[in-house]
Design a protein around this ligand. Structure first.
Ligand SMILES: Cc1ncc(COP(=O)(O)O)c(C=O)c1O
Length: 459
């Protein structure tokens, strides 16, 4: 008999979590104005709000913290991180930042100006926010298959080359400071981009003389999918694939809170020394001196180690396997989820799940609230709230997909927790025909409103 699967680690420290009553949760979510970001963590039983900064560090990472060098300039931790980045990604130059959006802020301040166009595959919300804040435009060139949650396609994060070429032909190269490819593509459901697609996008970028930048938060998960789904890569080592992927990019922004399994941190990788030097000015202004850029020495040390932890095949197999087991259970219950399952999260198709809630009443958010009340589980809406209003017309933008994202923190929850999540969703699915009303907005910020929006139940 074949031995069953088990995790490639054991637990050394535990953090208690507490169940609550339905009555408590109804009160708490009302007090939180039906925005799960406003819940206090003790009010949450299983927290799938994000996989960002919520992972459990390894003993090697904790040990690395203890030898952090807190010198303002020239810290050994900075050089440790520089070595690790060079080794894992191949980028010669780098700037540390306090997290991913800070990396975007620094890079975009250096190269992006009003009226510019930035094509890519379903830009992440902070990326789009930083583009639109500068009065530039993000153009989504993701393949159409990504928007059909039932369709089986191994690389739903891929860029549609004809959509991309159309943008590159319509605008002069001076107006396109970069193409951004997000690996894996969070917004389209944690879906990977194939090596072949990366290669083709890179060739097109070169043809039109435009930079190619990777938004790399989940680069290791992307490499795992290349290894397990793309012909010719099955026998390659994850780190070999990672190096090959990055060899096609001119630069990268990184939220280290994901695949580098640290609780805070980010960086920008550059191939071009000139660009690195220009960006340094903004890094010093916004983040801190070149050799710490918003991070403490101990955190840079933990991040250097995390880049190695996160690119171990056994770890990735366990992590992505757990996400897939949750997805499989949901699919067996008949619950509509994005297929194939993403790397860091399961995305529930909220429009199909709650067909009686009108789109004007925030279907994804309505499902997030229902799941919280059902079992104290916190997920995140990736739908109309997150899509914000059109910057010109101020009308709601209704994205093709209205999703509830269940992001799984790395090395944190067991499969038993995942079973609770699956059954909680099944209970809601069984009574879905009685859910006819959603939510309405009471107050909202002009940009990235989903973080702070206040809602009430539709009367
Ligand atoms: C694809 C992607 N890019 C950028 C970011 C922003 O990173 P951070 O949260 O570290 O600012 C995120 C965060 O979730 C992300 O998923």
């Amino acid at each position: 008999m074949e031995l069953p699967y088990s995790e490639p680690y054991k637990t050394k420290m535990v953090e208690p979590i507490r169940k609550s009553t339905r009555a408590e949760r109804e009160q708490w979510i009302k007090e939180a104005r039906y925005n799960v970001f406003n819940l206090k963590s003790h009010q949450v039983y299983i927290d799938l709000l994000t996989d960002s900064g919520t992972g459990a560090m390894s003993q090697e990472q904790w040990a690395a913290l203890m030898t952090g060098d807190e010198s303002y300039a020239g810290a050994s931790s900075y050089y440790n991180l520089k070595e690790a980045i060079k080794d894992i990604t191949g980028f010669e130059y780098f700037l540390p930042t306090h997290q991913g959006r800070a990396a975007e802020n620094v890079l975009f301040s250096t190269i992006l100006k009003e009226g510019d166009i930035v094509p890519g595959n379903a830009h992440f919300d902070t990326t789009k926010g930083h583009i639109e804040f500068r009065k530039a435009t993000a153009v989504d060139c993701t393949i159409d298959e990504a928007y059909d949650t039932t369709l089986q396609h191994p690389f739903k994060g891929n860029v549609d080359l004809s959509k991309l070429e159309k943008v590159l032909k319509e605008h002069p190269a001076e107006k396109i400071p970069m193409i951004i490819v997000t690996i894996t593509c969070n917004t389209s459901g944690g879906q990977p981009v194939s090596k072949e697609n990366i290669k083709q996008v890179s060739a097109m970028a070169k043809k039109y003389n435009v930079r190619l930048i990777f938004d790399s938060a989940r680069f290791a998960e992307n490499a795992y999918f290349i290894k397990t789904r793309e012909t010719g890569y099955e026998d390659k080592d994850i780190r070999e694939i990672v190096r090959e992927m990055f060899s096609y990019a001119d630069g990268m922004t990184m939220s280290s809170k994901k695949d580098a399994i640290v609780n805070m941190g980010g960086f920008i990788g550059f191939r071009d020394e000139e660009l690195f030097k220009k960006a340094t000015v903004y890094n010093i202004m916004f983040e801190g001196f070149i050799t710490y850029g918003g991070m403490s020495g101990r955190d840079m040390n933990a991040l250097a180690q995390g880049l190695y932890d996160g690119t171990e095949f056994d770890y990735l197999e366990s992590r992505i396997g757990q996400v897939a087991r949750l997805g499989q259970q949901l699919a067996e219950f008949g619950i509509p989820v994005q297929q194939p399952f993403g790397g860091h999260a399961i995305f529930v198709d909220a429009k199909k799940f709650l067909p009686n809630v009108p789109k004007e009443e925030y279907i994804g958010q309505t499902l997030a609230v229902e799941l919280y009340i059902e079992a104290g589980i916190r997920g995140a809406e990736i739908g109309t709230l997150m899509a914000d209003r059109d910057p010109v017309t101020r009308e709601n933008r209704y994205p093709q997909l209205e999703l509830l994202r269940l992001a799984i923190p790395r090395r944190v929850y067991t499969d038993n927790h995942m079973k609770v999540v699956a059954v909680a969703l099944k209970n809601i699915y069984d009574r879905r025909s009685s859910i006819n009303k959603g939510l309405e907005i009471v107050s909202e910020a002009p940009i990235m409103r989903h973080f702070t929006v206040e809602l009430k139940r539709k009367g």
